[in-house]
Design a protein around this ligand. Structure first.
Ligand code: 8ZB
Length: 483
């Protein structure tokens, strides 16, 4: 049978033929020469290598801080990153929305209008339009590693350009940059396009150049139970390793309950080791990334700092390798440099104070770890079964069947039949499981936890409660209690 998608390393010849067409999709593609990309990476200072920063952090127990940042023009973007650099361990380049949709002509107009206006009229850095030359000048101007951060279902051309220019880390994945971001891009197609990106990273690895890959952990950032984002992260990790990726960072977005958040990062490590070994992968570098709260933020900056600080505490207690930092401007849009710096400083203070304490081990954390691992095993078993052992095919079929079901995701293939809800401690539980194959004892556990809240609030658990939860943090509480 000819499968729509397979978890198999792309043939070099297939990759090369495809590359020919990818590089023709926008004029800057013609400047990509793999040999020149290799030469750039070979002369890159150690301090500019993402994989080195991650390995050092893993070895020493340090937590790296990374902001998000991107503006339209090269000079302004370079200055922005230079200004943030003293407060960051690793740097981003957040790409604009036109580029994320492969709309390079509109990105070009955005660049021209930004020049005329003297200010950025794009919500990120249009890396494809700036091309290898612009991206290389950016990397050359900075002293720390830089990662491409975006949200692009077809990021092949951008990967060719930015990696050739000397970026040393690339965010995204075929599921995590599709289901939460788009309505109708076929999942098999985005997975295939990300196999291409991973194969490219694998080609650099074959030449001794280490490039970090980071699937996007938080998904919709809206009441996502840890087992859901973990399952997607593990699948994307497996897909990447198959294509030859060797340095992988799995992510998770803060949910808000401290025990659950700490358990999430710790279990993610255990689960990655388990599944990567099961699929025959032994030699790779693993790290984790914790995203501070991805849901709605309070408008008030003082309140926003509290959300940021709680995330910092959870990430540090959990032992995450890296934190993606939010800013006090989160509720209002793209942050200024000053707001970004403030978020980084608030986070640094918290992780320093938590770092001076010993690791936190509680029965609540242990219980959450056990629950998350059981849930992930149940869903992974079904995904593997659906794919007949093939995780790529299994993922596509699992979304179709509602076995993988991401809360509040816009993709039409996403079932949306599983409903999450907070329990009386603010941990995210499963209210209705839809077609997600959670075992009865796990569902009984969720039910009991949800019932405790219903009693405390003197109301039935319902979709109204879910809506209240979605709004809660921006209004000042974790749980959407009746007022
Ligand atoms: C999925 C990621 C969303 C987050 C931030 C948003 C939000 C988006 C930029 C940016 C700084 C940018 N974000 N674009 N932050 N500069 N150009 O990504 O605010 O927190």
């Amino acid at each position: 049978m000819d499968k729509a998608i397979e978890n198999k390393k792309l043939d070099r010849a297939v990759y090369e033929a495809e590359r020919g067409t990818v590089l023709l999709t926008w004029p800057t593609g013609s400047d990509v020469k793999f040999s020149e990309g290799l030469a750039r990476h070979r002369q890159l200072a150690e301090a500019k290598k993402f994989s080195v920063a991650l390995a050092q952090a893993e070895a020493s127990g340090k937590t790296l801080l990374q902001p998000r940042a991107g503006v339209a023009l090269l000079r302004e973007h370079t200055q922005l990153l230079k200004d943030l650099s003293p407060y960051s361990d690793v740097l981003p380049t957040t790409v604009d929305a036109y580029t994320r949709h492969n709309r390079y002509e509109e990105a070009q107009k955005g660049i021209e209008k930004s020049r005329a206006a003297g200010t950025s009229l794009l919500n990120g850095f249009p890396a494809v339009n700036h091309g290898v030359d612009g991206c290389q000048r950016l990397v050359d101007s900075l002293e720390k590693p830089v990662q491409v951060r975006h949200g692009t279902p077809d990021a092949r051309l951008m990967a060719e350009i930015t990696l050739s220019a000397g970026f040393t880390s690339y965010e995204g994945g075929g599921i995590s940059y599709n289901i939460p971001y788009t309505k109708s891009v076929p999942l098999a197609r985005s997975i295939r396009h990300w196999q291409y990106c991973d194969r490219l990273v694998g080609l650099y690895e074959e030449e001794g150049i280490r490039i970090n890959r980071e699937p996007f952990g938080p998904l919709t950032g809206t009441l996502v139970p840890p087992f859901v984002s973990h399952t997607v992260a593990l699948i994307e990790g497996l897909l990447a390793l198959e294509q030859g990726v060797k340095c992988i960072t799995l992510g998770y977005g803060q949910a808000g309950n401290l025990a659950q958040d700490i358990a999430a990062i710790r279990s993610l490590r255990n689960l990655a080791r388990h599944y990567f070994a099961e699929f025959g992968h032994e030699s790779y570098a693993l790290s984790t990334v914790f995203h501070q709260w991805m849901g709605g933020f309070p408008e008030n900056e003082a309140q926003a700092y509290s959300v940021i600080a709680l995330g910092a505490a959870a990430a540090k207690f959990a032992g995450a390798t890296k934190i993606i930092v939010k800013t006090p401007h989160e509720a209002s849009g793209v942050p200024t440099m000053e707001a970004n710096r403030a978020g980084l400083q608030a986070t640094a203070q918290m992780i320093n104070m938590i770092g001076d304490q010993k690791s936190l081990e509680t029965v609540e954390i242990a219980e959450e770890i056990a629950v998350i691992e059981l849930e992930v095993h149940a869903v992974m078993k079904k995904v593997i079964e659906l794919g007949g052992g093939d995780i790529a095919c299994g993922a596509v079929l699992a979304f179709q069947a509602g076995v993988l079901d991401i809360p509040f995701a816009p993709a039409s293939v996403n079932a949306g039949r599983m409903t999450p809800i907070r329990d009386n401690n603010g941990a995210i539980r499963v209210f209705t499981k839809g077609d997600v194959p959670l075992p009865d004892d796990i569902m009984a556990f969720h039910k009991e936890k949800i019932a405790e809240r219903a009693v405390a609030e003197e109301r039935e658990a319902s979709f109204k409660m879910v809506v209240d939860d979605v709004r809660a943090i921006s209004a000042s509480t974790l749980i959407g209690r009746p007022t």
